[in-house]
Design a protein. Structure first.
Length: 319
């Protein structure tokens, strides 16, 4: 039996339904299923131990079972929601089921042109536990908020892990921008947001040493203030190697005289760190006579060997 498709069709699994994909027929316990999957909350999909997702709009909101090595192929797009769970399948029994919003695999690889999005819903904290993470050249992983536990993490050149504009919305957050005479001021975070006078923009907040707070939203003016950047904690046991981009930038203002959102938070805890990539939590830019958002916060906590030679960007957004 051959499982054939063009990577654009969608295989839907509704609540209370269970589907086995390539579980019996797969050679070498590998699946290259050529379609997208839409797994609703309460549904189960059981895969072989190695899965290469090729579909272009998969949504996993239910239970993904049996996968130890997950790959995102070129042009594949998969969304993991915090209603989702993972588990293993041993002797026809489901074991090691995670709680909702927790995803666990042995290895995760996002190949060139692949996109993997972890979406936190309803303030449920998202936790990703993986032994080896590899974001390859031009691979992309998106989050809005979460904790990533890994043995080793590598973001290759031109690979991207981003939380841009996924924090607080316009004029929201601990220190947002505001509208002053139809002009949006910038949100604050690592520094104050921009404004005509000191105090017009949002104030600075958060920890210099360990920051896990969203950026705030910019003032609307006569448009819509930029959203703040998101927040991520990387806890990598052995090596964090960044040759690509890890970003949580504030969003640009949209419309007339809109202020920029402030950058978010990136915290890395690791034993060894290397690479020549980029950490970026810059504030969002403004439009018209609006003002830019303040930069966010980056905490790099390395226990042993630090050999990172890349750039760290935390400037405010331009006016």
């Amino acid at each position: 039996i051959n499982f054939i498709g063009d990577n654009t069709s969608i295989f839907k699994v509704r609540a209370s339904q269970v589907v086995y994909v390539d579980y019996v027929q797969a050679l070498f316990d590998i699946s290259y299923a050529p379609c997208a999957f839409r797994i609703d909350p309460g549904a189960q999909i059981i895969f072989p131990v190695e899965v290469h997702l090729k579909g272009r709009r998969s949504i996993f909101a239910g239970q993904m079972i049996g996968v130890q090595s997950l790959y995102l192929a070129n042009q594949a797009v998969a969304l993991m929601r915090t209603t989702g769970q993972t588990a293993q399948f041993e002797g026809q029994q489901i074991v090691d089921m995670t709680s909702p919003g927790n995803f666990s695999w042995a290895t995760l690889t996002v190949k060139r042109g692949g996109t993997l999005w972890f979406q936190e819903l309803n303030s449920d904290h998202l936790v990703i536990t993986i032994s080896i993470i590899n974001i390859r050249w031009y691979g992309t992983m998106l989050l809005n908020h979460g904790t990533i536990e890994a043995a080793s993490t590598e973001i290759e050149s031109e690979g991207i892990v981003t939380l841009d504009s996924t924090g607080y919305g316009s004029q929201a957050g601990p220190c947002p921008g505001k509208s002053v005479g139809n002009v949006g001021t910038g949100a604050g975070h690592g520094g104050e947001g921009g404004g005509a006078n000191r105090g017009d923009g949002g104030c600075a907040y958060g920890s210099v040493y360990f920051s896990t707070i969203f950026g705030s939203g910019g003032g609307n003016g006569l448009g819509s203030g930029g959203f703040g950047g998101g927040s991520v904690l990387f806890n990598t046991k052995t090596l964090m190697e960044i040759n690509g981009y890890l970003t949580a930038r504030g969003g640009d203002g949209v419309g007339i005289n809109a202020g920029g959102g402030s950058g978010g938070s990136i915290t890395v805890q690791t034993t060894n760190m290397s690479g020549i990539g980029f950490f970026d939590v810059a504030g969002g830019r403004s439009l018209g006579t609006g003002y830019g958002g303040g930069g966010g916060r980056i905490s790099l906590l390395c226990r042993y060997y630090y050999n990172f030679g890349g750039d760290v960007v935390d400037n405010g957004g331009s006016k």
